[in-house]
Write a protein that binds this ligand. Structure first.
Ligand code: ZN
Ligand code: ZN
Length: 535
């Protein structure tokens, strides 16, 4: 293949299969080149078509054929059957082919096979380590990703590159492990990495997801170059940490610096307005999307606006807003509205919204739980039981609450309602019960409105004691008395009772508690929360 033509093809994205028709008997090299072009194009499936054509035409393939072919397969999440062919041809010992196979298995979710291939390899290069780390991250195996990175460090044969560091950062972000995050940052500087836009942006996001937006600001200030994603990461970090005014300030500064906000930026800044109860600012910004920037709002931004109005208790306005939306509201928009109705005890509207949700998505469980909670709030246990039964019939189960507590880089996991006889957890439970008792003096009474089951009062209180975030806090207070900051990551939204409990605990024990729940962060200090009880 002619070099000039090759680069022309890449530039124009021309239907390069036609190129083969120019040459009467395309050889292996020609096929390999075009397969490689397609492996990074918008149509990776063409690489596979070409490969079958290559086979039919009897053109032989070599170890250069497979890496791009496997890459295309990985993007399409298919093609593991190629492995046996590769094995038969005996090209499976080439490191590039092996790397591509590991990547393919990782992308298809077969991590154990990827690991097996990795372990069998005689020679591993940086790409090998990087690919497996990335596969772990993409499959939610964050601890394993960090362990692998550590193992690579210990062997000391290869040095990580930026791609690898981005995987490591992503793993740390997902674990919300602040200490590890700080370590990663130091590592990056010690090892002479440049603070590129992508590394810096990933660090900003990581620190905010680890609960320290102050670190995000520091990284942001140190970055020599920024793009719109960098600004958005900071605005988003400030937003989820309840620093709404600051988020707006950064948003304005960004506009002054000549950056054009995109959909993601608008999401972040609207979330800031919504969490901070900044109604006028939010409406203004929403309007500016189209008027100032010519950006058509998408469902997410409409969702943000419904959230903004709903959180502020403007239920009728939120309903009107949804009715007037130029695009069909999806179930998330309706659920946001339902959440607002429930929070403000507007059960009449809640029922109407619930009907609309049933039309859009009759099998969703989240709103069933919300509605069930709503009935709980007003004590209509009878109706509530009805909702629970229909849930049971449809085999919808509430996801169990789960919290992670990280102390000295060790991750402790807690599950709500854990009734195991775990010897470590037993004294913690007793400790929580006695803490609840002592908090009563300070005006804390366990509230039962968020408990789903219709059970005796006493039993309800008991159950409330063991939501996973309470277990995590209790564990930390009991076993790590010296800790002044407790960091917890929750899979669900924190309930009202746990929220009140955390506030009381923060003042009684003089600790700072940082809880990352599904939507945002809560910083509990001296009896108050950064969300201003608005989440
Ligand atoms: Zn709770
Ligand atoms: Zn809060």
């Amino acid at each position: 293949m002619h070099r000039k033509l090759h680069s022309y093809l890449i530039k124009t994205g021309l239907e390069s299969r036609h190129l083969l028709q120019f040459s009467h008997e395309p050889n292996t090299f020609a096929y390999n080149t075009i397969i490689r072009i397609h492996s990074t194009s918008s149509c990776p499936v063409h690489a596979l078509t070409l490969f079958s054509r290559m086979r039919r035409a009897g053109v032989s393939f070599d170890h250069f054929t497979f890496p791009p072919l496997l890459k295309s397969c990985a993007r399409l999440r298919t093609g593991q059957e190629l492995h046996s062919l590769i094995f038969k041809l005996g090209v499976d010992s080439h490191v590039h082919v092996q790397n591509a196979l590991i990547n393919l298995y990782g992308c298809c979710g077969h991590v154990s096979t990827a690991m097996k291939l990795f372990e069998e390899m005689l020679e591993r290069d940086l790409v090998t380590w990087s690919i497996l780390t990335g596969s772990f991250v993409n499959n939610g195996l964050w601890r394993e990703a960090l362990e692998l990175f550590q193992e690579m460090q210990l062997l000391g044969k290869v040095k990580p590159d930026e791609v690898m560091m981005l995987s490591v950062i992503s793993a740390v972000s997902n674990l919300a492990a602040l200490e590890l995050g700080k370590w990663v940052e130091v590592y990056i500087f010690r090892n002479g990495f440049e603070l590129t836009v992508s590394l810096g942006t990933a660090l900003i996001d990581m620190f905010s997801r680890c609960g320290s937006v102050d670190h995000s600001i520091k990284v942001f200030d140190e970055m020599p170059e920024r793009n719109i994603a960098t600004w958005t990461a900071l605005i988003n970090g400030l937003a989820v940490h309840g620093q709404s005014r600051e988020a707006l300030r950064v948003f304005n500064e960004m506009k002054k610096s000549g950056f054009r906000p995109d959909h993601m930026t608008f999401n972040a800044v609207l979330v800031a307005c919504s969490h901070g109860g900044l109604i006028d600012e939010g409406l203004e910004i929403f309007k500016s999307m189209k008027l100032e920037y010519g950006i058509e709002p998408r469902l997410e931004q409409y969702g943000c606006m419904v959230d903004l109005l709903g959180r502020a208790g403007l239920i009728q306005e939120a309903l009107n807003f949804v009715e007037r939306m130029p695009i069909r509201p999806n179930v998330i928009v309706w659920r946001t509205l339902l959440g607002a109705c429930v929070n403000y005890n507007r059960l009449d509207s809640a029922e109407k919204v619930k009907e609309r949700i049933n039309e859009v998505d009759p099998h969703h469980d989240g709103d069933q739980v919300l509605l069930s909670n709503a009935y709980g709030v007003v004590g209509r246990w009878f109706e509530k039981a009805g909702v629970r039964n229909s849930m049971k019939e449809r085999r919808i189960n509430k996801k169990p609450g789960c919290s992670l507590l990280i102390v000295d880089e060790i991750v402790h996991e807690f599950v709500s309602g854990d009734d195991s006889q775990d010897h470590e957890l037993k004294p913690v439970k007793e400790f929580i019960v006695s803490t609840i008792d002592s908090l009563r003096v300070a005006g804390y009474t366990p509230s039962v409105t968020n408990v789903l089951h219709d059970i005796e009062e006493e039993e309800k209180e008991y159950n409330l004691g063991f939501h996973s975030e309470k277990l995590a806090v209790g564990f930390s207070l009991f076993y790590f008395k010296e800790r002044r900051t407790i960091r917890i990551m929750n899979n669900l939204r924190i309930c009202h009772d746990c929220h009140r409990f955390m506030k009381h605990v923060s003042s009684k024990f003089c600790v700072e508690i940082v809880v990352r729940d599904r939507n945002r962060f809560h910083h509990f200090i001296e009896g108050n929360c950064s969300c201003k009880d608005y989440w």
